[in-house]
Design a protein around this ligand. Sequence first.
Ligand code: UDP
Ligand code: MG
Length: 313
Amino acid sequence: MPRLTVVVPAYNEAAVLETFHGRLSRVLDELPLDCDVLYVDDGSSDATWALIEALAARDARTGALKLSRNFGKEAALTAGLDHVDADAAVVIDADLQDPPELIPSLVEQWRAGFDVVYATRTARAGETGFKRLTSALFYRSMERMSDIAVPRDTGDFRLLSRRALDALRQLRERQRFMKGLFAWIGYRQTAVYYLREPRQAGSTKWNYWRLMQLAIEGFTSFSTAPLKLATWIGLLSSVLAFLYGLWVFGKAALFGDPVHGYPSLMVVILFLGGIQLLGLGVIGEYLGRNYSESKQRPLYFIEEQRRPRGSRP
Ligand code: UDP
Ligand code: MG
C-alpha cells in the first residue's frame, strides 16, 4: 500500500492538539493508504510536547520531532518534510484552520498523477477587510515582480509527491518563503478548493509586523525587481533634476537671481534624500539575505525524536 505522512508543525498548540488529532485520525482511518502523522514541536513553551508524547504513546502511527528552540513555521515544516520517507506528504496546520477532511481530495488528485496538490481557500471567514486587501495586493505584486506564480489564497496546506519532496529537499536556502519554494519546484501542480475556517482555539502567531516581513521575504527571495526599481527611480529623478537644472540656470541667466526658492530647494533635497535612503534600504535587504545565506547554518536542530511504531518495519 502507498504510504502517506501528514506533517503538522505545532507551536504552542496545546489548546487544539487533542481535537486536531481526533479529527485527523478519523480521516486517516478512512484512507486506503498506510498513513502516519509527524508532529513537529517548534520549541513550544506550553504543554504541546507533553501532549504530543501522550498522543504518540496512545496512537502507534504518530511520530514526533522536537526542535531545540522556536525556529519559525518554515523551519519546522522543513524539518518535518526532511524526515518523511513515505510516498507522499501532506502539510497541515495544527489549529484546524485547514480541515483534515480535505485530505482525501488531495490524495485523489495525487493518485490522478499530480505532484503538488494545494488547497485554495474560497472564503476567508474571521478575517478583516484590511487583511483581505493587503493579501490581495501582495499576491498581485508577487505575480508581477517574480517569474513564478504563487497561487492566491493558498497557505501551506498541500500534498507533495515523492519527487516533489525530493526536489524541495534540495532547496536549502535559509530565507524560506515556503509558498514560493513549493511553486518554484514546478512539476504537475493543481488546486483543490475549500472553505477556510477561523481558528478553533489558541491564538494566531501572525500579526501585521510578521506578515509584512513575510511579504518582504517573498519579494526578495524570488525577485530582484526592487533592486531594478531603485535604478529606475534614480534614473528618472536624475533626468527630472537635469531638466529642472536647465530651467533654473536659464532663468538666472536671463533675469538674474534674487535668491528665492527656499521651499523648492527643501522639497528637492528631502525628496531625493528619501529616495536614496529607500534605495539603500532595498540594497541592505538583499545584502542581509546574502549575509545570512553565506553563514551556511543548518536550518534547525532536533532535540528529541519519536518514530511511529505503526505498521512499518
Ligand atoms: N507555527 C510553528 N512555528 C511558529 C509559528 C507557527 O510551527 O513559529 C505553526 C502553528 O502551530 C500552526 C501553523 O504553524 O500549526 C500556523 O500558525 P498560525 O495558525 O499561527 O498561522 P496562520 O494560520 O494565522 O497563518
Ligand atoms: Mg492558523
